[in-house]
Ligand binder design. Structure first.
Ligand code: SF4
Length: 102
């Protein structure tokens, strides 16, 4: 960890929050409330941008970073590279996007 990493981490609003909020076990069911609570903490964090850039640069797969969920970071990365990431492509169910025959 570089000194710059340590600097922004030391100023994170999550330092005084329940760490479990930031690593919910799923993105559905009761975990949705956890995600919302974590994002609320991030919304008031002074190092949100640094945190998000770190998570994107280091491909953090799990947890809430910079106010984003795992899926949201996948979308940001895909938009930046203008192509879907393999992990996202595998989540699209077969037949997705098709319309019903008339
Ligand atoms: S943006 Fe969220 S996860 Fe990142 S340091 Fe701030 S409070 Fe913590």
């Amino acid at each position: 960890m570089t000194k710059a990493d340590a600097d922004w981490r030391a100023r994170g609003a999550c330092l005084s929050a329940d760490p479990e909020l930031f690593f919910p076990l799923s993105s559905a069911g009761p975990a949705v409330e956890q995600l919302d609570q974590a994002k609320t903490v991030c919304a008031g964090c002074q190092v949100r941008a640094e945190c998000l850039e770190f998570a994107l640069a280091t491909r953090q797969v799990h947890g809430v970073w910079g106010g984003t969920s795992e899926d949201e970071r996948q979308h940001v990365l895909a938009a930046r590279t203008s192509r879907p990431l393999p992990a996202m492509a595998s989540r699209v169910p077969a037949g997705a996007g098709r319309t019903a025959e008339p």
